[in-house]
Design a protein around this ligand. Structure first.
Ligand SMILES: [Zn+2]
Length: 372
């Protein structure tokens, strides 16, 4: 039984010009860049009973651990481990026959994971219906030696227990630049045996030096996935850039969003819900994305150019005391973003093939900031 990912090869592009990587697998083979929808977005679709399928090649099931105690409870409290598996499989069972399915434990930065924590998080995936196995980094300030020992040991363990699965060691973007560089240098030695690595997102502005190193790393044949991506750097902006689309310049090929903290939406007005705009690759309020007749300027399967007021009227049936119209419209917007963002990656992939990613960034209001 061979593992699910057969190979990852850089096909087009260059440093800071984006890369098309072809990932060959026993499921759907695909080319990057693209978006990997998460359980959060699948929930959005279920909440509003939208049937149109997401056709992406990779899905990420994320679970949030707010504190280290939540990780500990996986191996210190009876029942928690099996409950988590049921939650994961509630998503994975319907996807795993056709797609690559990965798991991401969203754990705050600065937490140090013990060997027992890591082992348990890996067992959780091995016993679930997951075919890409995340190997967590012990901590974002661990030494390169510890990083290497951790992922090589668990890589071996995964190969023994579930030979069909592919290992994906994670590296936090939020760490000292020299450490980050040294860890990337170690990973380079495993080109063509290790097919994929995961990056845990952090502020693109603050950790830009690390992103520059990733851009250099991109000449090696790895599929680099980013988890816990923050959709914008600052929600106070009127029309913030969709920064997850900027990551493709820095050698990140597939992206997944973070599980949002929720709450906070004191604003009851549904028209201020954020909505991904393909024209500018920005995330303005939904009311700013309609034409003079109030129609959404998007042809994706869920928007299909409908009138925003009609959309809101139809969504009203999903509201309740706990779920005001604004959060239902927000679910609609999440589903739209999966379709629209994926289509926009299709466009930029073509631009990379034409060696014109820089021109493309220049034309997009939300990406201009990410040009040198
Ligand atoms: Zn749409």
């Amino acid at each position: 039984m061979s593992e699910i990912i057969k190979k990852a090869r850089v096909k087009h592009g260059g440093r800071l010009q984006g890369r098309v990587v072809k990932v060959s697998s026993k499921k759907k083979s695909f080319e990057t860049p693209t978006k990997a929808p998460t359980s959060t977005e699948i929930n959005g679709k279920r909440n509003i009973s939208f049937d149109g399928p997401f056709m992406n090649p990779v899905f990420e099931i994320a679970q949030r651990y707010l504190k280290i105690e939540n990780v500990h409870s996986l191996h210190r409290k009876n029942g928690v481990f099996s409950r988590k598996i049921s939650e994961i499989n509630a998503y994975a069972d319907s996807l795993v026959d056709r797609y690559l399915v990965k798991y991401f434990p969203q754990i705050p930065n600065g937490i140090e994971l013990s060997d027992r924590d890591i082992r348990t998080l890996i067992d959780l995936q091995l016993e679930s219906n997951i075919n890409l196995i995340t190997i967590p980094e012990p901590s974002n300030d661990c030494s390169p030696e510890i990083f290497q020992k951790n992922f090589t040991d668990y890589w071996e363990y995964i190969a023994e227990v579930k030979p069909t699965a592919t290992a994906m060691p994670y590296l936090s973007l939020k760490q000292d630049h020299e450490l980050f560089d040294n860890k990337l240098n170690i990973l380079k030695e495993y080109e063509h045996s290790l097919h994929t690595i995961g990056i845990k997102f952090a502020s693109m502005r603050e950790y830009r030096p690390n992103l520059m190193s990733l851009a250099e790393f991109s000449e090696y044949d790895f599929w680099v996935h980013c988890s816990a991506g923050r959709r914008v750097s600052n929600w106070r902006e009127v029309s913030p850039g969709g920064q997850l689309h900027a990551l493709q310049r820095y050698g990140v090929y597939t992206v997944s969003i973070e599980i949002p903290m929720g709450g906070g939406a004191s604003d009851k007005d549904y028209t201020t819900t954020r909505y991904f705009n393909r024209t500018g690759v920005t995330i303005p309020q939904i009311i700013k994305s309609v034409d003079s007749e109030g129609n959404l300027q998007c042809g994706c399967p869920i928007c299909s150019g409908q009138n925003l007021e009609d959309v809101a009227g139809n969504l009203n049936r999903f509201t309740s005391d706990k779920r005001p119209l604004r959060s239902v419209v927000s679910d609609f917007s999440k589903v739209h973003e999966v379709f629209a963002s994926t289509s926009e990656f299709d466009v930029s992939r073509q631009k990379i093939k034409e060696d014109s990613l820089k021109d493309y960034f220049n034309e997009k209001e939300g990406l201009k900031d990410h040009l040198d």
